[in-house]
Every structure is written in C-alpha cells, then in structure tokens.
Design a protein around this ligand. Structure first.
Ligand code: GDP
Ligand code: MG
Length: 430
C-alpha cells in the first residue's frame, strides 16, 4: 500500500469519531503505524511519532468549535512534517555541485535535471561526466545534456576521474553552476571512496549531494551516514518518489541520519525535480490540505449538478451519463482531490491527470455520437462507427479509441465508487 493511501485511510476512519478519547487515538495510531511501517519508516521513529501524537491529542484540550478530526489531522500533519525533516531552498548563486550515489540511484539523470533547474532560473550551467566506471556513462550524460541544452564535458578514454574534473572546471570557468557526475557502485567500497576523495579535492564542491532512490527505504539512513563519513555530504536527493509509495521511508531515514533532503525526483523527465518542501509533500500525502472545505464543496457541487448519486448507483455508466459527469466535474476542482476525498484511491493515474483540454475533446466526441451509441458503448465495436464519430468530431479514429479506453477505466472507477461504503455514507445513499 502506498503511504499516502494508508494515511488517508487512517484519517478517513477517524472521521467517524465525535470525541477524542484514548480508544479513538489508540485505534488511529494503530492504522498510522501500519501505514508508516509498510512504507519502510523505521520502527523506532514510528513509535516515537505515535507516542507524541497520543500525548498531544490527549493531554491538551480540544479547542472550542474545532472538529476532533481536524484537530488530530493537524497534529499528525505537524508530526509528519517533523519526521521528514526541514525543507530546502536552493540558492541562486554560483556553485559547484558534486553528485554521488550507488548504481542506478539516478545520479546521471539528476545531474542533468539540476543543470536544467538552475538554467531555467537564469543561471548558466555545465555538466561534467566523471563516471569512469561505466563505459556508457559518458554517452548518457552527453545525451541528457543535449536534451537540457546544457554544455557537456567529458573525456571518454580517461580513467582518472580527478583529471576530468580538473579539465571540466577549466572549461566551465565562466559557468554559474557546474555539476559533476561521478562513478557508482553496488555498494560503497574503498576504491570508490578513494576516487571520490580525489575528485572532491580537485573539484572543491560547494555542495555534495548524495542521490538515493526512494525504494531504498530505511537503508537510506545507513547510506547517508556511510557517504557522510567518507566524504562529508551536504544533503541527499531522493529520486523516484513518483514510482515508490514508500518514499516516506527514505525521507525519514535521511532525516534521522541528519542528512538534509535537498531535492526530490518525481519522474524520468528532465523537468521532474523539485526542491524538497515538507509542508507541501505531507499535504499531498494526506490528500488535500483543506479536507473539510473540499467535502462541502463537493457535496454542494453534487446537489447542484445533474450528477445524482441515486441515479449513479442504479445506472450503468454509459457515454450519456459520462457526458453529464464531465459537465458536473468541471465545478469540483481537481479530480485527484475529489477521488482521494471520497476514499477512492485506486483511480487510474491517467484518469486523474486528465486536463480540461481532454475533457473538452471528449465532450465533442460524445456530441458526435448517435443516441443509441451514447447509451450503449458496445455499439462502437461495429465497423465504421468509430470513423464516422471521429469525422463528425473533427478528430482522428485513434482519438475516439483513446476516449473509449479512458471511458472504460472511468467506468471501472465509478463502479468502485458506487460500491464504496465511505462514499455511500458520505452522500447518504445505498
Ligand atoms: N521514475 C523515475 N525514474 C527516475 C528518476 N530518476 C532517475 N530515474 C531513472 O532511473 C534509472 C537510473 O538512472 P541513472 O541516472 O542512470 O542512475 P545512475 O546509475 O545513478 O547514474 C534511469 O532509468 C532513470 O530514468 C525519478 O525521479 N523518477
Ligand atoms: Mg550514472
């Protein structure tokens, strides 16, 4: 289970509580522990955290007029922010950054991402390949540098990393940001330590970043300490936060090892990096920063729209109702928040990420269907229909097919929603 999902489920259970007593808090803490442990947060940290929550929740009086659930949510929020450590605000100034880490952690990709990050903010950048352990390293960084439109330096045949660092520095003397990618290993060994020390001496970095993949979980702390002992790191960059629901483990471990989290990598593309902001990160994990107002928003939106839950429950979703949903959804804000709110966490990512644009296109496509087709999507299997609809909507056949595929995913999601007890309870049907 994904950490965010676990946290949201724990909070959803809490919504039933009307008073905060020891039993409620203990039960809540149990689900919280489960969520944190299953995402590789260290046992000791988890226990300390839930102890603090228990103490805060029970020892202080519930402020007047404050909903118990909001109250605990807020305590949990504060504690989780503490757990993952402080944020990082990158200074926009001239600096040399040394990138380190094990094989496959994302060093090379992150080097290019960082160069682009600073360059996009008006600084000039240069990338140096000092990874002399893997023959393909040179080409990889060269290609990424080209994509990022950042100058690149490397010496393909040179085995002395410090020599490359030296020449690279000379070449990029005028650049604001010079980033040096280094060799990796499957684990930190003395040979690598010696190499990093030599590069370090010549390159004389202002920042030494250890790149760690989110799926390393608890080991992140141990790694951070090892690298810190060997070459004194300034902080860590946790990559692949997009792919691992366990990212909380890596973040908390790094923080426990006193290693500041500088950036997080959130995808394979060069733009997929952001400075670590614990408030934003935890807010996202918990679903929505302002949960209560969203519930109100959604309830109103639903009662005012044609999206009638009763109808939704009885009927199968077809293109006609889909069209109505699309209309109704426009008033509800981001889909992701909406589903997360309702406790439905398994909505396909693609569906969540649908932008306004795509929804508009869908409406045009549905608009060009016949009444019968709207009521029965199976008709679209008959030859010629897709092409006719595409022509009518001024799109290509593949656009229609893509919409049908999304529709099918949506249908699955709505069937889940229909059967979701939380949702039924919230909107009083079923
Ligand atoms: N999904 C995702 N993939 C990433 C991220 N950062 C790196 N990768 C991928 O991880 C793999 C290894 O990255 P690479 O930079 O070559 O790692 P290195 O061996 O440490 O230099 C590549 O396939 C990257 O595209 C990230 O933030 N998210
Ligand atoms: Mg590499």
């Amino acid at each position: 289970m994904d950490l965010g999902e676990g946290l949201r489920q724990a909070l959803a259970k809490l919504s039933k509580a009307t008073i905060i007593d020891a039993k409620t808090v203990k039960e809540f803490n149990k689900s919280l522990q489960k969520a944190l442990l299953s995402s590789d947060v260290e046992v000791q940290l988890v226990l300390e955290l839930t102890d603090r929550i228990e103490e805060k929740a029970l020892k202080s009086n519930l402020p007047q007029g404050v909903d118990p659930r909001d109250y605990i949510t807020n305590i949990v929020y504060e504690e989780l922010v503490k757990l993952v450590g402080e944020g990082y605000i990158p200074k926009m100034e001239k600096k040399r950054i040394l990138m380190m880490g094990l094989y496959g952690s994302g060093k090379t990709t992150t080097s290019a991402k960082l160069a682009k990050f600073y360059q996009d903010r008006g600084l000039s950048a240069g990338l140096i390949c000092c990874d002399v352990s893997r023959p393909a390293a040179y080409r990889q960084l060269e290609t990424l540098a080209k994509q990022a439109n950042v100058p690149f330096f490397g010496i393909e045949t040179e085995k002395r990393a410090e020599k490359i660092a030296q020449e690279g520095l000379a070449k990029f003397r005028d650049k604001d940001i010079v980033i040096c990618d280094t060799s990796g290993r499957s684990s930190l060994d003395s040979e690598l330590i010696e190499e990093l020390k030599r590069v370090n001496k010549v390159f004389n970095p202002d920042e030494k970043a250890l790149v760690i993949s989110a799926d390393t979980g608890q080991i992140a702390g141990k790694l951070a300490r090892e690298f810190d002992n060997a070459v004194k790191i300034s902080g860590v960059i946790v990559t692949k936060m997009d792919g691992s629901g366990k990212g909380g483990g890596a973040l908390s471990a790094a923080s426990a090892a006193s290693a500041k989290v500088m950036f997080i990598g959130i995808g394979e593309k060069l733009g997929n990096i952001e400075p670590f902001n614990p408030n934003k990160f935890i807010g996202n994990l918990l679903g929505v920063p302002d949960i209560e107002s969203l519930v109100k928003h959604i309830t109103t939106a639903i009662s005012e729209s044609k999206m009638d839950p009763k109808k939704l429950e009885k009927e199968e979703l077809n293109f006609e109702t889909f069209y109505e949903q699309l209309d109704a959804m426009k008033n509800m804000g981001p889909l992701k928040n909406m589903f997360g709110m309702m406790g439905v966490n398994n909505v396909p990512k693609e569906v969540m990420e649908q932008g306004e644009e795509r929804l508009k296109r869908y409406k045009v496509i549905i608009g060009s269907m016949s009444k019968a087709e709207r009521k029965n999507e199976r008709l679209l299997h008959e030859p010629g229909r897709v092409t006719r609809i595409a022509k009518g909507a001024g799109v290509q056949d593949k656009d229609v097919r893509a919409m049908v595929a999304e529709f099918n995913k949506m249908k699955k999601a709505f069937n889940t929603l229909k059967n979701d007890r939380n949702f039924k309870k919230k909107f009083k049907f079923g």
